[in-house]
Design a protein around this ligand. Structure first.
Ligand code: TMP
Length: 237
């Protein structure tokens, strides 16, 4: 499927139209951003790694009956997806305290959280993705009660599937962010699942294997992404 017009350039991906109005091409670039896009750096191979990693994860989720927008891997850094009407709300699941939760509540990083938390954030870089809740979504028309309940249920299902998958490879899934959209009126998982939008620690030594390596200047981001891909069975070449 040929890319036609560029529709949208995000921080790490570019979205293109195709001749089929129900399908889009997502192109994964090498850009890595932090601080709401104020800090951006290119890492060779990152687009390829994230595209293949995300495709691998989405296929695993589809097998477990999670509806995803994925249609077909097109190339090393491009995937064909269903065109969703995206919901501008980010769904975050937290199994352990890290990131903004640690900052907000002063918790110890790594503290186990049971049951896992479900947080909502408004997708708005200019406002630094503020935390919101269900009643904000309903009051301002960002998502209906039914859609939020559905997204929450799917997020917890994804958490069960992926916590197990990563645990089997020797990792702890600390937290992650999902984005959903509507396709023919149904909630479908969109965007990507990669090490850019989750936190993943090595079970043995609690090494950070995810984008915190960039956010916290820990170095070796690509080596770390490749190591996770290798251990869960993503074929990169
Ligand atoms: P946080 O600690 O910044 O709230 O992030 C929680 C998780 O969600 C972490 O794995 C990073 C991911 N996330 C994104 O990928 N993009 C976002 O815009 C936000 C708010 C979180």
């Amino acid at each position: 499927m040929q890319k036609l017009a560029e529709l949208y350039r995000g921080k790490a991906k570019t979205v293109y139209s195709t001749k089929n109005s129900n399908l889009l091409v997502l192109e994964f670039r090498n850009d890595t951003s932090a601080m709401d896009g104020q800090r951006i750096k290119q890492f060779t191979h990152k687009g390829i790694i994230n595209n293949k990693f995300s495709y691998f994860i989405m296929k695993k989720l589809e097998i477990e009956k999670i509806p995803t927008q994925i249609e077909k891997l097109l190339s090393d850094n491009e995937v064909l997806v269903k065109k969703l009407d995206m919901i501008s709300v980010e769904c975050v699941i937290r199994n352990r305290a890290a990131g903004s939760l640690v900052k907000r509540l002063g918790l110890k990083e790594g503290l186990e959280i049971k049951p896992a938390l479900f947080d909502l954030f408004l997708k708005n870089d200019a406002m630094h993705d503020p935390m919101i809740n269900e009643s904000y979504c309903i009051a301002f028309g960002w998502a209906s009660k039914k859609h939020i309940e559905n997204m929450q249920k799917l997020s917890y299902q994804v958490n069960n599937i992926l916590s197990r998958l990563f645990d089997n490879a020797g990792f702890i899934l600390i937290d992650f962010k999902l984005e959903f959209g509507l396709f023919k009126g149904n909630i479908v998982l969109g965007d990507e699942f990669s090490l850019d939008n989750c936190r993943l620690w090595d079970k043995n030594n609690l090494t950070k294997m995810d984008k915190d390596r960039f956010r916290q200047n820990l170095g070796n981001i690509i080596e770390s992404y490749k190591e996770v891909a290798r251990r869960i069975g993503v074929k990169l070449d």
